[in-house]
Design a protein around this ligand. Structure first.
Ligand SMILES: [Cu+2]
Length: 307
């Protein structure tokens, strides 16, 4: 992201004698068409992106914040692009309209609902813009911090399908995907199934780890499961008011998201998978390793989404 600036006290409302402040958060992104690796070997894929990365940057705001979003479409782009934030309530025609190469668009919304929400390009054909990599996460922290347990670590995992030929929209419409990816890579965090993988998610035994799980699709449902673990809590859409306990799996459809909390009583690992086997065994597995000396930087700050 080029810049995120936060200006406080844009809106001041007087409630009795107490001043209530609403933050305005400015988010700017540039749509860029670039080559990116889609596996641990470095196989390159012609990707369409936000900010040159798949997934796009994690946007993090608080419930009630006003988000001023600006989308630049790089002048080297060959296609129009757009932005659909699932955390926004706006006008689909005016606000989600396509931005041509070299032009700028944008809109403003208030993040009224806490949770984890999908964002994606909605330019035509949407199936292709999503499959090429134009998706990401926006996390809206609840205003009431006590409404949800504070996690020790947090990770973003976004599931998507890989189509061998991204120019072939007919194959996408026929659902002819070859692999499922987490965060834009086949077995990106799974050295068990791909020895070339160098990354894993990490936590300590006893820590509460929260996975912000988004299913970008474009087509497949995900049955998200932790092999050798149980979800302590699942929050559909990440909203603290939606809570399920002791879940083995929870289905997240295309375009949907949920927050999954897990606590391991032992050292070792869980394998986080979509339990649909063709999806898991073609790339949809991430290892969450539990050790007493887990890297304190993992699952925090910029390492919420492990690049
Ligand atoms: Cu696009």
């Amino acid at each position: 992201m080029k810049k995120i600036s936060i200006s406080v006290a844009v809106a001041m409302a007087l409630l009795g004698s107490a001043a209530v402040q609403a933050k305005t958060v400015k988010i700017e992104m540039t749509a860029k068409e670039v080559e990116l690796p889609i596996d641990n070997k470095g196989t390159m894929y012609r990707s369409w992106t936000y900010e040159g990365m798949v997934p796009g940057p994690v946007v993090h705001v608080e419930e009630g914040d006003v988000v001023e979003f600006t989308l630049h479409n790089d002048k080297t782009s060959k296609n129009s692009h757009s932005m659909d934030f699932h955390a926004a309530r706006v006008d689909v025609v005016k606000d989600f309209e396509m931005v041509k190469p070299g032009e700028t668009g944008g809109y403003t919304f208030r993040a009224d609902y806490p949770g984890v929400f999908y964002y994606h390009c909605g330019a035509d054909p949407m199936i292709q813009h999503i499959a090429r990599g134009m998706y990401g996460a926006i996390i809206v922290d609840p205003k009431d911090k006590k409404s949800i347990p504070k996690p020790d670590r947090e990770y973003v995992l976004i599931q998507s399908e890989l189509y061998a030929n991204p120019d072939n929209v007919a194959d996408m419409m026929a659902n002819k995907w070859t692999n499922v990816m987490f965060n834009g890579g086949i077995f990106k965090y799974d050295p068990v199934h791909d020895p070339a993988a160098t990354r894993m998610l990490q936590a300590k035994p006893g820590e509460r780890t929260r996975i912000y799980f988004i299913n970008a699709g474009a087509n497949e449902f995900s049955s998200f499961h932790a092999i050798a673990g149980i979800w302590d809590a699942v929050y559909p859409s990440g909203n603290p008011k939606n809570v399920l306990h002791g879940m083995q799996s929870y289905v997240v459809g295309p375009g949907d998201a949920a927050a999954f909390d897990i606590i391991s009583p032992v050292e070792g690992a869980n394998a986080l998978v979509t339990h649909s086997m063709r999806q898991a065994l073609t790339g949809g597995i991430a290892i969450l390793q539990y050790t007493k000396d887990a890297d304190p930087k993992m699952g925090r700050g910029d390492n919420i989404l492990v690049r």
